[in-house]
Design a protein. Sequence first.
Length: 257
Amino acid sequence: MRVRNPLALLALGLVASVALLAVANALWFQVLTINANATTSELKVGWQGFVCSDNEPGGSFVSPGWPRQTKDVANFTPPQLDPTGSFFPDPAEITVTNAYPGYALDCEVEFANQAPVPVHLERIVITVDDPATPQDPDFVTICLSNSCKTFANGPDLYDVSPLTPDDPFYAELVGIPVGCQFHEGDTDGGSFKLGVRQSAKEQTTYVIQLKLQFNQWNESGWSGCGTPKNNPVTPVLPLDPSGTPYDPALLGIDHQP
């Protein structure tokens, strides 16, 4: 029987080890990487101006044989500036007390785009609610034009005939163009009016809300002022987690969740 030389076996083992080591270290590689740090912007539109007045005659008058009389019955408090002194809080609060049928308030309002993302005014929503009733809100008006009125015939504050709705308040926003695009620093405004109708109940606090929905420029149903992308107009609404559109204005949502 032939006996192998131990040195020969050792040499063969070293050769095999070197071969395995060469195979294990034969892969040269390099990984190229790009790190992208992306910071998102924001969509931010704010109220910038309010000038309000009512339809009550100012001052008082004196008639012979009659005591001094005044018609300055109702009072209103316009929105107050935020701590910056440049803008108004959102929601902006208008408070009216001692109102009565025929009383009306007119506020010239102005908004401004305060962020880099251009926006389109998607739609206007006006709601009137009596908190004592189960329906919330009681009356809803959705507008897709620059003239939004709770009913088309105008501020019919005294008529309660069947030809007019039974809304306790009339409200309108005129002059703000739906569909227009506003860039950072752009401003626009209009006239917001509300009036008490004969159907309003005594000693009742009503909540009237004016809501302007702004969308980012590339998620809008409008291509420009009064120019819809589709006919009929289809405003773009946000989607819930299931992919179903929902109405943020009627749900009381004022920004992206």
